[in-house]
Design a protein around this ligand. Structure first.
Ligand SMILES: Nc1nc2c(c(=O)[nH]1)N[C@@H](CN(C=O)c1ccc(C(=O)N[C@@H](CCC(=O)O)C(=O)O)cc1)CN2
Length: 325
């Protein structure tokens, strides 16, 4: 049983349990494990990170005029969620004092035309970071497009050069969502050394890079996936459980080791009785209460860190290109 002890402490239906901003903070919990589950407030952490990035951009701009990082975001098609993410990226880029270049292309764009745009952005000195919003329409080979981005401007960290550099422990531009997960973990847990981490999901965008980052932090890392035998038992071993499968509420409460830290990367829209949708993660959030020690909510957990880390990568890329890092 859970009672939110946030500022407004509103109670809502079980199905609508993911906390709103006003609810964030400590949860009072009574459950069989008698554990007080605490929320990791990614929205607040991301706001602080963006403010620090903005301050550094301003300081570097004053010390090294005309230093001003520039981020180009390319959207192909009109997927409604992608349109929101791209709009938020542009707004937060400008808020941090950087230049934003938006390129919106029709859904039937040919692969060669997108490659030509990427080539022109690679050559543009005002553009320090390039991001092609995923997913791309089926006629375009995403791997081919990602491989065409200059690795120095690859602020998504998806280029094989950056993936390889991360894998062998060299400085790399690191994918934003994994970077955000590990920032939140380090902030709340301090050193992660020796902890057992289980990553559920093996995508190139989240699962594999977050596993690499956790390994770098001296965790003992397991990557679990759809063919893993006895997935619940594997998850129960985890001090840190990262859920990145893209399946609504797949990770049940009794898969979580009591006191574990749970990072929910899932962003799933599920239909409600009234015809609208609600956003849920890959973890059955209500069931995790009283079992997990710390958990990221959806929304308001990992999601906001993705864009904040994109800005961090853009600043890093701009500093490197200007010889300031
Ligand atoms: N080129 C890329 N494409 C995609 C990436 C990426 O990192 N690079 N990640 C996702 C989408 N994404 C950013 O692009 C993203 C997803 C979610 C959020 C976020 O803030 N989520 C909110 C909820 C927002 C909502 O209501 O939908 C939250 O979790 O609180 C930001 C960015 C796929 N494509």
């Amino acid at each position: 049983m859970v009672a939110f002890a946030g500022a407004l402490g509103t109670r809502r239906a079980e199905a609508d349990r993911a906390p709103r901003a006003a609810d964030r903070g400590v949860l009072r919990v009574t459950g069989s494990h008698n554990i007080e589950t605490r929320l990791i407030d990614g929205k607040a952490f991301a706001a602080g990170l963006r403010a620090r990035i903005g301050a550094e951009v301003a300081a570097l701009g004053a010390a090294h005029p005309p230093f001003r990082p520039g981020l180009a975001v390319v959207l192909v098609g009109a997927d409604p969620a992608s349109e929101v993410y791209v709009r938020n990226k542009a707004a937060q880029t400008v808020e941090a004092g950087m230049a934003s270049f938006e390129h919106k292309l029709p859904a039937d764009t040919r692969e060669e035309d997108l490659l030509a745009l990427v080539a022109s952005l690679n050559a543009d000195p005002a553009v320090n970071g390039i991001l092609v919003q995923l997913p791309l329409p089926p006629q375009i080979d995403a791997m081919k497009v990602l491989a065409a981005i200059d690795p120095e401007k690859d602020v998504d960290g998806f280029h094989v050069i950056n993936a390889g550099r991360l894998a062998v422990g060299l400085d790399a531009l690191v994918p934003c969502t994994p970077l955000g997960c590990v920032m939140l973990l380090k902030h709340h847990l301090g050193s992660l050394a020796g902890m057992k981490a289980v990553v559920v999901g093996r995508s190139n965008i989240v699962g594999k890079p977050v596993a690499q980052l956790l390994l770098k932090e001296d965790c003992t890392v397991t990557i679990a996936h759809s063919r893993t035998r006895d997935l619940p038992a594997e998850c129960r071993q985890a001090d840190i459980l990262i859920a990145a499968v893209g399946r609504p509420e797949m990770i049940r409460g009794d898969w979580i080791k009591p006191g574990a830290t749970v990072i929910d990367v899932g962003i799933n829209r599920v239909p409600k009785a009234d015809g609208k949708t609600r956003l849920v993660g890959d973890v059955a959030f209500a069931e995790a209460q009283g079992i997990a020690g710390l958990i990221t909510p959806v929304p308001g957990g990992v999601g906001p860190m993705t864009i904040a880390c994109l800005l961090a990568n853009t600043l890093t890329a701009a500093k490197r290109q200007a010889g300031l890092a």
